[in-house]
Design a protein around this ligand. Structure first.
Ligand code: ADP
Length: 260
């Protein structure tokens, strides 16, 4: 059986080289950037290129150490240990992507620490053992700068080992290509949506910048590919999710009508 296709990812800078170098050196990576700018897709493409399995964990504020590491479960009257995703990745030598690690509870840093520093070890307290990370294991965390971050709680020595890759929204020519490819729309439609997105990101209204992400522009494009007029698509997929405020909505609709 041949390998699946490489996930579609258009590099914006030298992020592929930096990631590859960090991976080869067994260093953990932190991806910084707003939601919807391509972090997840980037990790998928790198896992493909480096030929490693990818384990992704979407972090949330209830995520506990046990959710990551594993727990004893009752199975057919017996208790059985079941590895969590982080433990599986450590054993398999997978790339482990902790998406939005800011959301995770503070106590999870206790297990991330020895994994991120030179030891590359995962302590499993419940089993009373420590697992060495298999070759190929790579810890990747993402977060949105500006939010409170568990990364702030990492020891300086660990923070200094993190390789940071900043991923902003792609420049217009790249973003047009991405929107056209992902939504299946023609270059002109993609260019219109991207110009709109860029204009919204320039607004000073708090919170708006971030939400006019590449992802929402693709969603609008997908509606267009179903036959919706670009303006209607942008109202539904860009303006709608961005705000509930009627005044801001009116302003966005004006922009949509101006650009599309
Ligand atoms: P994040 O993980 O940062 O929230 P995603 O990786 O889910 O964002 O990106 C959202 C969508 O935007 C992806 O599904 C993909 O279609 C598209 N995308 C963003 N940046 C790129 C890029 N550089 N190359 C290819 N697709 C991209």
């Amino acid at each position: 059986m041949g390998r699946a296709q490489r996930p579609y990812y258009v590099p914006v800078g030298n992020e592929e080289q930096v990631f590859t170098a960090a991976f080869r050196q067994g260093l953990p990576v932190v991806l910084k950037g707003p939601t919807g700018c391509g972090k997840t897709r980037f990790v998928q493409a790198m896992a493909y290129d480096l030929d490693r399995p990818l384990v992704t964990v979407a972090c949330h504020d209830d995520l506990t150490t046990a959710d990551l590491v594993g727990r004893f479960l009752l199975r057919g009257g017996e208790t059985e240990w079941v590895d969590g995703p982080l433990t599986r990745a450590v054993r398999e030598g997978a790339i482990c992507y902790l998406d939005e690690v800011v959301e995770a509870r503070q106590d999870t840093t206790v297990v991330l620490h020895p994994l991120a520093d030179h030891r590359r070890q995962l302590p499993i307290d419940r089993l009373g053992l420590t697992v060495d990370a298999a070759p190929g294991f790579c810890l990747v965390v993402s977060y949105n700068p500006g939010y409170q971050s568990v990364l702030k709680d990492l020891k300086d020595s660990t923070r200094q080992r993190l390789v940071a890759i900043e991923l902003g929204f792609p420049p217009p020519d790249v973003e047009e290509k991405i929107v056209a490819h992902e939504a299946g729309v023609d270059p002109d439609t993609a260019a219109g949506l991207v110009t709109l997105g860029q204009a919204i990101r320039r607004l000073e209204t708090p919170g708006l910048r971030e939400v006019a992400s590449t992802r929402v522009l693709i969603t609008a494009g997908r509606l267009v590919s179903e036959g919706l007029a670009p303006r209607a698509a942008a109202r539904a997929a860009v303006a709608g999710p961005l705000t509930d405020d009627p005044v801001v909505t009116a302003g966005l609709v004006q922009m949509i009508d101006a650009y599309l």
